[in-house]
Design a protein around this ligand. Structure first.
Ligand code: ATP
Ligand code: MG
Length: 428
């Protein structure tokens, strides 16, 4: 029969890769807790209009990357391409605003119909962090500090921070006019996307990935020259705090980010270790978004981290990819011994929470079972044959040199469980 193919750009995370994902997630969970953020879970599907309104009609995401469909009831829905819109929608729908402040985060898959390549997928994962109700720049600095300590905890050092200020929508108006004029004067050089964006949202052109446009973009009018005074102060306040925190940064005047809802602070952590897909964590302030989505005007800032790209950075630190190892492997031969081992394994698990206790399943001779035990990575084998069973003992064999403390601890709990079990089953 013909195989059913996986969907292009959507990956399976295999057991030998999962340790890095889990490490990343547990470090993130710990840090987010430490900084006062609460996890929230929202649907993966939302009304298409939510993303159109939040992200902007002239973005790559809305123009060509959304997985949109009509459901059986005729509703126009979209698989979320990013998390901020959904979280903000949820905060509004649940009546959580009313002047309150929220520090929230979520993790999960996002969907964009992009051209799949290294570091760019159609289903990818983000850790998304949002601080709602804070005008900054203190929260801007704290949020960036949180991302910086994330890299420290994971020993990731090939990342650099870029920041910029987009000013307010009003202050961008003049800049936008200048930019439109500039790009119009170079209309013949522009690609099709940029021509379309010229009238709709010329700032988008600055975010173009087309290499042929880069020199034109570099010489374009510079956004910081057009900032209003308050945005300038806000930005200076952020820079000042980053210096106090000893977080180095580069000001990139062309950093505009790919979504329309940003205002004032934007930032991006980039790496030189992953080739073309260099952004690992991107964020910014979105003071206008909440009212744009029907909530009361509330300032907010957030970021999203690309999990696959961070996992790829972790992968470069440690080349070997092993699945999680067992602590104890139970070997049993003969029907009665196998039954005893099944019960004994339960007892060891009960007495050693957090340990991985694997029972040999499906029989096999001692040699085959020891081979499996070895492959499981277990530090210890507990062996029961008919002889052991009749004498009321088990053999405990260390399988790994230098398992050290783990070995001793498991040995102690295993021995206690064994003793307990023999006592209960009245065999000793
Ligand atoms: P890029 O410039 O790489 O397209 P973006 O500006 O579209 O990124 P955001 O929408 O801000 O990115 O998403 C935040 C983070 O999510 C990015 O910094 C990146 O790490 C990750 N990311 C975005 N799109 C993808 C994708 N298609 N596959 C894997 N990771 C992605
Ligand atoms: Mg993109």
């Amino acid at each position: 029969m013909q195989m059913i193919a996986p969907i292009r750009g959507m990956n399976d995370v295999l057991p030998n890769e999962i340790a890095r994902w889990q490490r990343l997630e547990s470090v993130a969970r710990e840090l987010l807790h430490a900084y006062g953020y609460d996890e929230m879970r929202v649907p993966i599907v939302e009304q298409t209009d939510l993303f159109k309104r939040a992200i902007g009609e002239y973005t790559d995401v809305v123009e060509k990357e959304m997985y949109s469909f009509e459901d059986k009831g005729g509703e126009r829905l979209t698989l979320r391409p990013e998390a901020t819109a959904g979280l903000v929608r949820a905060v509004i729908s649940n009546g959580m605003l009313r002047g309150a402040r929220h520090k929230l985060w979520c993790v999960g898959p996002m969907f964009r119909h992009e051209k799949p390549q290294k570091g760019r997928f159609r289903q990818f994962h983000q850790i998304d962090v949002e601080a709602i109700g804070f005008a900054g720049p203190d929260i801007d600095a704290e949020l960036i500090a949180l991302s910086a300590s994330f890299w420290r905890r994971l020993n990731i050092d090939r990342v650099r921070l870029q920041i910029n200020s987009l000013g307010t929508a009003e202050s961008r108006r003049e800049y936008r006019a200048q930019l439109t004029e500039y790009f119009r004067a170079h209309y013949d050089v522009l690609d099709e996307d940029s021509r379309r964006r010229l009238e709709g949202n010329p700032l988008r052109i600055l975010d173009s990935k087309n290499p042929e446009l880069q020199s034109l973009i570099v010489s374009a009018p510079s956004l910081p020259d057009y900032l209003d005074e308050e945005s300038r102060d806000h930005f200076a306040g952020l820079c000042d705090r980053l210096q106090a925190l000893d977080i180095s940064y580069e000001i990139n005047p062309r950093l505009v980010r790919g979504l329309d809802y940003y205002s004032r602070t934007v930032f991006e952590w980039v790496t030189d270790a992953l080739g073309a897909q260099d952004a690992v964590c991107s964020g910014g302030r979105y003071d206008g978004l909440i009212s744009q989505l029907g909530g009361e005007a509330t300032p907010a800032i957030g970021f999203a981290m690309g999990v696959e790209r961070v996992v790829a950075l972790l992968e470069q630190q440690t080349a070997e990819a092993d699945g999680p190892a067992a602590d104890v492997y139970l070997i049993a031969q003969g029907e009665a011994a196998q039954r005893a081992a099944l019960v004994l394994a339960e007892s060891i698990r009960e007495h050693s929470p957090g340990r991985r206790i694997e029972l040999n399943l499906g029989g096999g001779n001692f040699k085959a079972q020891f081979r499996r035990a070895d492959r499981s990575g277990a530090a210890l084998a507990v062996v029961i044959g008919e002889d052991e069973l009749s004498r009321g003992v088990v053999q405990i064999k260390p399988l790994r040199e230098g398992a050290g403390e783990t070995c001793e601890q498991t040995l102690a709990t295993a021995a206690a469980s064994v003793a307990q079990w023999f006592k209960n089953s009245g065999q000793s």
